[in-house]
Ligand binder design. Structure first.
Ligand SMILES: Cc1cc2nc3c(=O)[nH]c(=O)nc-3n(C[C@H](O)[C@H](O)[C@H](O)COP(=O)(O)OP(=O)(O)OC[C@H]3O[C@@H](n4cnc5c(N)ncnc54)[C@H](O)[C@@H]3O)c2cc1C
Length: 608
């Protein structure tokens, strides 16, 4: 039974956005200064909060049961609960969905969109899927489609009248995207192709929430090269869209079924077959040419994937938050066992027990660390487009590129730990479906898998991101942490700065070992890639939380007792994270230094 009790808190969101992130500098840039002031975020977040609390979270109870149902047929093969229709209409009317995908005049900063999507995911990890992929489709079309294609598809995607999907995966092409078998054959009309092939696991691939679905499908033209080089990207509508924008006939995209999954039951995950009746057509995005068998589809799809990787970080974050606030609520009420300091006294609320407090602060520190990482990365995305000079834009683009695999993989890995701790705080009741964390624990598992598994993210981080532009951006990324650790030391946080300095020394050893393995033992590099990404995320998040603790300390001095509980919480959170999550780096380094190859060397036959 999916959760429907809204307990989300926004104080830390407001701190991170309004007091810490430095959005005021962003708003002074040309793209925003005539449109938004700092206080506008209050009203946008307020509306979103009410939609999440009053409409979306209550509807989430229908996500597991009845959930989405496959009924078959050509045109409406998947039915969603009625409550989802109310949510969808409410979110579209309030312009809290794909509207953010539009990046033109009067656009809202993406770093403001971050808390909106975080809360929506907290309210319903299933329902949010019906519009966030539409937003990514708009991004791709804005960047790569012809003007005619943009005019035809973007307006209705923006209003949510049509939905968008990303079609990469096929039965034989998962992590190995280059193995796609879908085919696109040219027709007499330039840019228009006839498509065949089967896509599986397509999120929101079919449903009854909007009148049309625009699939962005990867396929290969005749004579295209092997692997990703030969891939092109096609706009394949469920119902054909005529030149005047009116809807034509069903476009022969057959929904073969939807998956029965571990979590996000209300989100429809469809298997789609193109051209069962030899009548499926699509437009090549941007009418790009395929030269010497080389398509540009993978590059175009990367714009979509980068967007959704960042979004996946936010989905994970929303679930971490929902699970944490549920644990907080429960542990303040549940009375069990005497306190360790008063064994003959009365039984106490479990929030008073040391180990429960450890689990709560661990969840809080993961929540706030990942929030800082992701919000900062969204800010970098804004600045990569809107900063004043080309040099600045390049810098922010590079920093975003380095952060993005961590936003996706680190947050979703930690979401499994944090939602597990929420269950543990609930004891046996947490293992039942009556309480929120059971659903959230199931739901977060997918975030480590889709959009490139977390190993693929680690490979990207330790491969492309370490070495892009001869390693200069990565050096700047490391330098910023070093400079922070060396330059911002205070007596109040002497121990935390000392731990960070040791952790940075260890991290640099880890990076050097990765460099050596790139030239030598490539298997070791693969074996330790995930841990290297975690090491990077931990030092980076340690820096961000310590920076927030410094600010919190200054605010306490400035404001005295006003909001002191909140700022004390920020300081305790940073201390806990740095003293408990950052030191995992030393364990990773030890295994690497000892050159542990057991997982490589064990004979396959010995896995028994
Ligand atoms: C609910 C859900 C929704 C989805 N939504 C979409 C969608 O909207 N659009 C879409 O296109 N796809 C979607 N997917 C598909 C998803 O992106 C893939 O499942 C994912 O990319 C992994 O591919 P796979 O399942 O084939 O696993 P595999 O590629 O078979 O991977 C299995 C395991 O092997 C590992 N592995 C693979 N290659 C290597 C390697 N070289 N080195 C080390 N380890 C490796 C992986 O990391 C993983 O742990 C969705 C999947 C699910 C379950």
């Amino acid at each position: 039974m999916a959760h429907s009790n809204w307990l989300y808190q926004t104080r830390d969101i407001m701190f991170q956005i309004k007091e810490w992130l430095g959005v005021d500098k962003l708003l002074s840039l040309d793209a925003y200064k005539d449109y938004y002031g700092m206080d506008d975020i209050n009203s946008i977040l307020d509306v979103n909060y009410k939609v999440c609390r009053d409409v979306m979270c209550p509807a989430n109870k229908d996500a597991d049961e009845p959930g989405a149902k496959f009924v078959g047929g050509k045109e409406r093969a998947v039915v969603t609960p009625d409550s989802f229709k109310t949510v969808y209409k409410t979110v579209m009317d309030a312009e809290l969905g794909p509207q953010f995908g539009y990046r033109g005049e009067g656009k809202i900063p993406l770093c403001w969109y971050a808390p909106i999507l975080e809360m929506q995911s907290a309210a319903s990890p299933s329902i949010v899927m019906f519009w966030c992929l539409t937003q990514g489709a708009i991004t791709v079309l804005q960047e790569f489609a012809t003007q005619k294609q943009q005019d035809l598809f973007i307006p209705k995607l923006r209003t949510g009248e049509w939905g968008g999907t990303m079609g990469l995966t096929e039965p034989g092409a998962g992590s190995e995207v280059g193995a796609v078998q879908s085919k696109a054959f040219p027709t007499d009309t330039p840019g228009k192709y006839k498509l065949t092939g089967t896509k599986c696991f397509i999120s929101s691939g079919d449903h009854d929430l909007c009148e049309n679905i625009i699939h962005l499908m990867l396929a290969k033209t005749p004579g295209a090269k092997e692997g990703t080089a030969g891939i092109s990207l096609f706009i394949v509508p469920k119902f054909w869209v005529n030149d005047d924008g009116s809807l034509g006939a069903w476009n022969d995209v057959t929904t073969m079924g939807i998956e029965h999954k571990l979590g996000i039951h209300g989100s429809t995950t469809a298997t789609l077959s193109m051209g069962e009746n030899d009548n499926c057509y699509g437009w090549m995005v941007g009418e790009a040419e395929v030269k010497d068998g080389r398509g540009v589809g993978m590059k175009q799809m990367f714009a979509y994937m980068n967007e959704e990787r960042l979004n996946t970080g936010l989905f994970s974050l929303g679930c971490i938050g929902s699970a944490y606030y549920a644990a907080l609520d429960y542990t303040k009420l549940r009375v069990q066992s005497k306190h360790s300091t008063n064994p003959k006294g009365p039984s106490v609320r479990i929030i008073e027990h040391e180990d429960v407090r450890r689990m709560l602060l661990s969840q809080k520190s993961i929540l706030e660390a990942c929030r800082a990482l992701i919000y900062k990365s969204y800010l970098y995305r804004d600045l990569a487009v809107d900063a004043a000079t080309p040099e600045e834009r390049e810098y922010y683009d590079d920093m975003f590129a380095i952060n993005n695999p961590m936003c996706k993989a680190y947050t979703s890995d930690m979401a499994r730990l944090a939602t597990g701790d929420s269950i543990q705080c609930h004891g046996g009741y947490g293992f039942t479906e009556e309480y929120a964390p059971a659903e959230l624990y199931r739901d977060v598992v997918i975030y480590g898998i889709w959009e490139g598994t977390n190993f693929i993210q680690a490979q990207d981080y330790t491969g492309r991101k370490f070495t892009m532009k001869d390693g200069a951006p990565f050096k700047k990324w490391v330098d910023q942490i070093d400079e922070f650790v060396a330059g911002r030391k205070t007596d109040e946080f002497a121990a935390e700065f000392a731990m960070m300095a040791e952790a940075m020394a260890a991290f640099k050893e880890i990076v050097n070992m990765n460099d050596a393995w790139t030239k030598g033992d490539k298997q070791m590099k693969q074996l330790f890639a995930t841990r290297t990404l975690h090491a990077g995320a931990r030092v980076y998040c340690g820096m961000l939380l310590l920076d927030q603790a410094l600010l919190a300390s200054a605010k306490m001095k400035e404001k005295g007792a006003i909001d002191a509980d909140f700022y004390k919480g920020k300081i305790a959170t940073a201390r806990f994270y740095i003293m408990n999550h950052v030191p995992d780096i030393f364990g990773y380094l030890k295994s690497m230094k000892y050159g542990d190859r057991s997982a490589i060397d064990i004979p396959e036959e010995s896995f028994m």
